[in-house]
Structure formats: structure tokens, C-alpha cells
Design a protein around this ligand. Sequence first.
Ligand SMILES: Cc1c[n+]2nc(N)[nH]c2nc1OC(C)C
Length: 324
Amino acid sequence: NQDAAQRVLDLTAELNRHLHAYHVLDNPTIPDAEYDKLFVELQTLETAHPDLRTPDSPTLRVGAAPLPQFEQVTHTVPMLSLNNGFTDDDIVNFDRRVREGLGLDAQDVAYAAEVKFDGLAINLRYENGLFVQAATRGDGATGEDVTANIRTISGIPLRLHGDKIPALLDVRGEVMMFKGDFARLNERQREAGQKEFANPRNAAAGSLRQLDSRITAQRKLRFYAYGIGALDGAAMPVSHSALLDWYETLGIPVSKERKVVQGAQGLLAYYADIGARRPALPYEIDGVVYKVNATEDQQELGFVSRAPRFALAHKFPAEEALTQ
Ligand SMILES: Cc1c[n+]2nc(N)[nH]c2nc1OC(C)C
């Protein structure tokens, strides 16, 4: 009946607002007990009237019955990898090749620099603002459908915010587990006499490979966006930094450690700064990523084989096997 339908819509909107405030704005707007009361009321209404549940209902965050297997997904735009640089010379050469490729000799190129999360690359598909599918990178052309598991990640919006909603948007980013959540998970594994994970990346991968998304829901995974695949119904942002600014207005989590820097010296300064702060970061990284910022310059430089000419991962020296 009408008032149950309206109540479901109101509860869904209110609970999602509180979830966003808590997980993305890091600014809780309701006591947990009050949130739980509204959540149970919504779950009860949805159980009584299953047809009233909306695709962005917060009750979808707790996971559903196990899947028999993972389906395959073909990426509309291939998910490519990055070329690596290790030494300062590699970075200076990367910048020189970029300037040659763009026909610039004197002035500095603007680069978008960001941390390289040590997690799993994922594609999130939104149709008219609704989250409809998530897929792993796989071999770059096809990956696995992990929608049910990704739905349990509270930081990932099930409906995009704002009024500039594209008809189709493929968000690329990394799923990871924070160091603290990893340590607590291994404590629980030990107490339960179960296998411990070697590192946060393996723990995140293991959590995404679960056919039972109710297990994934207990694993506190995080997601940060760093790229884009298919886009219909909105203009492509003019730069990588503008893309990430747009994502933030849509309610998509973006790392705050990003910075636009100028030329090779700007890249090396960013690498040194992140390298110094790396142990204090709440998540593991295995380097930083540089991208020519301007979209038209990226398109002019294009890709060589499977990796873009406009981007480079600058890796940290591999640490000797850490005793986790
Ligand atoms: C493979 C990859 C991985 N990462 N990681 C970050 N932070 N940015 C980034 N960009 C990538 O590819 C871009 C070309 C979108």
C-alpha cells in the first residue's frame, strides 16, 4: 500500500544519507542505535513487501545468499596496466618522452600524481546513476562479476549523488583493506583457528573471491577511484584532476593524497614526500602513479601495447619479506 511504499523510500533515503555522512564524509549524523532501529524497520518492510525494495537499499550492504559461481564480464573499454619506473632517470626519461610526444620542449607538463594502492583493480558500472555491476580486471579484456560482493562495501555509493548524472559511467579504482582492518581480521582468523592472510592485498583478494557475499560484508573493504572506462551522457572532464573532482561530487571516494605537479622535478618531489609518509598511511601502497593531467594530451600520447604512454607507475624498492 501507498504509505508502506512511501515509508520504504523515506527510510532508504534517510539511511543512505547517514551512511554517506559516516563513511564518506567521516562525519556521523545519527547514533548507531538510532540507525539500527531505522534499518530494522526498513528490513521488516522489505521482507513484508519484497517488490518495494529499491536497488540502492542499505539492506543490500549485508550480503545475500551464496552464488554458485562467478559470471564473466567483458569490459567495454579494456582495463590496462601501467609501465613501471624505478630510478630517477626512469622518471626524467618518462617526462622527456612525454614532452617529445607532445611537441613541447621548454615548458613543464602538468601531471596528476597519486598513490598506487596495493589492492585489486575493479570496474564499477553505473547506469543512470544506479550501481548495476562490478567486475575484476581479469586479463584486461574480461573479468569476473563481483557485483554482490562489491555492494557490501559501504563507501561505494549504490546511487550517484548530484544532478549531473551520466547515462552510463564505468568507474575504475582499487579495492583494498586498510592495515588496521587487516590486523584485526587476522586476529579473528587466529581466534577462529582459521588461516591468516599474508598481507592486506591477499586479504582483499580473498574477500572478493567469496561466493557468499555475507562473508565479504564482514571484511571492511575500501574503494578509491582513479580512472574511467565507458562514459555516455556527460562530457569527458578536461583533465584527470577534474575527473576526480567530478567523482567527489558524485559521492565516489577519491584518495586525498592526490596532487597536480609540474615537470619531472614535481614528480620526484611528490615521490619523495609520499615515500617519507608511507609507513603512516592507513593503507599499503607499492608506489605512486603519474598521469599527464590534460585529457587531450593523454589522447594525443595514447597507448603503447597494453599500457598508456601518458602514465607511469613509480615503484618503491621491494621490501625484504615482511614478517606480517
Ligand atoms: C592501472 C592503473 C592503476 N592505477 N593506480 C592509480 N592510483 N592510478 C592508476 N591508474 C591506472 O591506470 C590508468 C591508466 C587509468
